[in-house]
Write a protein that binds this ligand. Structure first.
Ligand code: ATP
Ligand code: MG
Ligand code: MG
Ligand code: MG
Length: 477
C-alpha cells in the first residue's frame, strides 16, 4: 500500500463521516514563537482552545510536521523522521471518547478491500491513562479488546496538557505488534521497538489549573465543550503496510537512500553504521526539501539554523560514507521525484529550492577544507611538542568559528594518532551553552514542543517553559 493510498483512505474515511477536509498548513506556522508545525493539531489550536469558534464541528487533515526533538533519533530507531506527516481527525465539542475510539478501530481493522487499513485485530494493543476507566470500557465494548492488550500508564505518558492552565485530558495510544522477531513480549510497556506506536487519541476533557510539574497540577473541573485531537503517523503506517523494516524504506523516502548508497558505492544492509548514515541522509534530504519548499532558507538562527544543520549533517554523513564531493544535486532530485506526487510544489519550485541547497553544500564543503587545513597545522604542532592530545580550545575554535563538527575533529586527530582533550572542549561548550541559554531567555525564543501551545496562553496566567531544549539544539554541528 503506497503512502499516497493510505493518505487518501484516511481522508475518504473521515471525509465521508462528516469531517471537513482541511489542507495541510505550512511547516512554518504563523506564530513566531513556534519554530515549526510539530503536530496535526497546531493549525486548529484557536478552535481547540475555544478562543475562536470552530467553523465546522469536525475536521480531518494530513499535516506536514517537523520535530527537531527527534533529529538525534533519526536513522537509529525505525520510526522517527525529522519531517513526517500526521493524519488527524478533530472534534470541536462534537463527538468524544466513544466516537474517537470507534472511528480509529473501524479504520484500522476494516479490510483493505473495503477501504480500511486492514490491520489484524490480534496485532493491535492500546495504552490508556491509568484512571481512565471510561476509555477502558469503550475499548472492551467497541473493539472487543481483552484486558491483556490494554495497558495503563501514568500522567508522564498518557496525559496531555499544555504545561499551563487550560484544557487537559487523558490520551489513549494504539500500537502495532511486529512480532517476536522484533523484541520482547509484553506490550508497549515492555518494548517500543517491537510494539510500534501508530496513533495517539487525545481526549481534551478537563480544565487544568496551576501546577508544579508535567505531572503535578490541579484539575478544576470538566470542560463545557470537550474536544478530540488525534494523530496517526502516516509514514509509520506506510512502513508497516509496505512490509519494509523502517520508515526510511517507504516509497517516499527509499529512493534517496538508494541514491546515497549508489553514490557511496556501499550496499545498504551490509554494515550497521553505514545503514544509519544512509537513513540519516534519506531523512534529512527530504526534510530539507520540504522546509525549503515552505520558504525556509539556511541561516545561523531559528528555523534557518535547523535547515542548515540538516544539510550539513547530510554532507557529513555522505563524507562518512566515503564521498567528499557535492552530492546534493543527485540526492535532492531523488527526493523531489519521490515527493512531487504528494506535493507538486517541490517540482514547480525546484529551481529556487535547489539553488539554496547547493549553495549551502558548497559553502560547507569549503568550511570542511578550511577546517582541515587548520587542524592539520594543529596536529603537527601538537606532535612536535610531543603531546598525546590536541588542545580542547583548538577543537572548540574549529567548532565555534568554523562550524567544524567535533566528531570530525576526533576522527582526523585519531587518524594521526592523537586524542582530543575532551574535558577542556566540553567545558568550553557548556560555557557557550550557558551563554546561548541566557541569550534565548532574553529573546523570549521558545523552541520546545510546548511552545506550540502559545495561543492557549491567552486562557490564563502562564509560565513559559520553552528553554530546556536549547542544549539539545546546539549539540550537533
Ligand atoms: P514516539 O513516542 O514514537 O516518539 P510520540 O508519542 O512523540 O511518538 P505523538 O506526539 O503522540 O508521538 O504524535 C502522534 C503520532 O505521530 C505518533 O503516534 C506517531 O505515529 C507519529 N509520530 C510522532 N513522531 C514522529 C516522528 N518523528 N516520525 C514519524 N512519525 C511520528
Ligand atoms: Mg516522540
Ligand atoms: Mg509516544
Ligand atoms: Mg504519542
Amino acid at each position: 500500500m503506497q503512502t499516497a493510498d493510505i493518505r487518501s483512505r484516511w481522508l475518504d474515511f473521515f471525509g465521508s463521516r462528516g469531517h471537513t477536509v482541511v489542507p495541510s498548513a505550512s511547516l512554518v506556522s504563523d506564530d513566531p514563537s513556534l519554530l515549526f508545525t510539530v503536530a496535526g493539531m497546531v493549525p486548529f489550536i484557536p478552535y481547540l482552545s475555544g478562543l475562536v469558534p470552530a467553523p465546522y464541528p469536525r475536521a480531518t487533515s494530513v499535516q506536514k510536521c517537523i520535530r527537531t526533538l527527534d533529529i538525534e533519533e533519526v536513522g537509529k530507531t525505525t520510526r522517527h523522521g525529522t519531517f513526517f506527516q500526521m493524519n488527524g481527525n478533530f472534534s470541536f465539542g462534537d463527538y468524544f471518547k466513544e466516537g474517537a475510539i470507534s472511528y480509529a478501530w473501524e479504520l484500522l481493522t476494516t479490510s483493505e478491500a473495503d477501504g480500511g487499513l486492514g490491520f489484524a485485530e490480534r496485532d493491535l494493543w492500546v495504552t490508556v491513562y491509568e484512571d481512565d476507566d471510561e476509555a477502558i470500557d469503550i475499548w472492551k465494548r467497541v473493539a472487543g479488546l481483552p484486558d491483556a492488550r490494554i495497558q495503563r500508564f501514568g500522567k508522564e505518558d498518557n496525559y496531555w496538557s499544555t504545561g499551563q492552565p487550560g484544557p487537559a485530558g487523558p490520551c489513549s495510544e494504539i500500537y502495532f505488534d511486529r512480532g517476536p522477531a522484533y523484541g520482547a513480549e509484553g506490550g508497549p510497556a515492555a518494548d517500543e521497538s517491537r510494539y510500534i506506536e501508530i496513533w495517539n487519541l487525545v481526549f481534551m476533557q478537563y480544565l487544568r489549573g496551576e501546577g508544579t510539574s508535567k505531572t503535578e497540577f490541579e484539575i478544576l473541573g470538566e470542560l463545557p465543550k470537550k474536544n478530540i485531537d488525534t494523530g496517526m503517523g502516516l509514514e509509520r503506517v506506510a512502513f508497516l503496510k509496505q512490509g519494509v523494516e523502517n520508515l526510511y524504506e517507504i516509497d517516499q523516502v527509499r529512493p534517496v537512500l538508494d541514491r546515497a548508497s549508489a553514490l557511496a558505492g556501499r550496499r545498504y544492509g551490509a554494515d550497521h553504521d553505514d545503514d544509519v548514515r544512509m537513513r540519516v541522509v534519506a531523512d534529512h534530504v527530504r526534510s530539507a526539501l520540504m522546509l525549503m519548499s515552505d520558504g525556509v532558507t539556511p541561516s545561523n538562527e531559528g528555523r534557518g539554523y535547523i535547515l542548515r544543520r540538516l544539510l550539513r549533517r547530510t554532507v557529513r554523513s555522505m563524507r562518512l560514507l566515503g564521498v567528499d564531493t557535492a552530492t546534493m544535486p543527485e540526492l535532492l532530485t531523488a527526493s523531489r521525484d519521490a515527493m512531487k506526487a504528494a506535493y507538486p510544489e517541490v517540482a514547480t519550485d525546484f529551481d529556487r529550492i535547489s539553488r539554496g541547497a547547493y549553495a549551502e553544500e558548497e559553502s560547507f564543503l569549503r568550511t570542511l577544507t578550511a577546517g582541515t587545513t587548520i587542524l592539520d597545522t594543529a596536529v603537527s604542532e601538537t606532535k612536535q611538542k610531543g603531546s598525546p592530545s590536541l588542545a580542547g580550545d583548538t577543537a572548540f575554535l574549529l567548532h565555534d568559528t568554523y562550524g567544524f563538527p567535533i566528531d570530525l575533529t576526533l576522527e582526523i586527530a585519531e587518524e594521526s594518532g592523537l586524542a582530543v582533550d575532551r574535558v577542556a572542549f566540553e567545558s568550553l561548550m557548556s560555557a557557550q551553552k550557558q551563554r546561548a541559554k541566557a541569550d534565548a531567555k532574553a529573546k523570549k525564543l521558545g523552541i520546545t514542543d510546548l511552545s506550540v501551545y502559545s495561543p492557549f496562553r491567552a486562557l490564563g496566567e502562564t509560565v513559559f517553559r520553552g528553554y530546556d531544549e536549547l542544549e539539545a539544539e546546539s549539540s550537533v554541528l
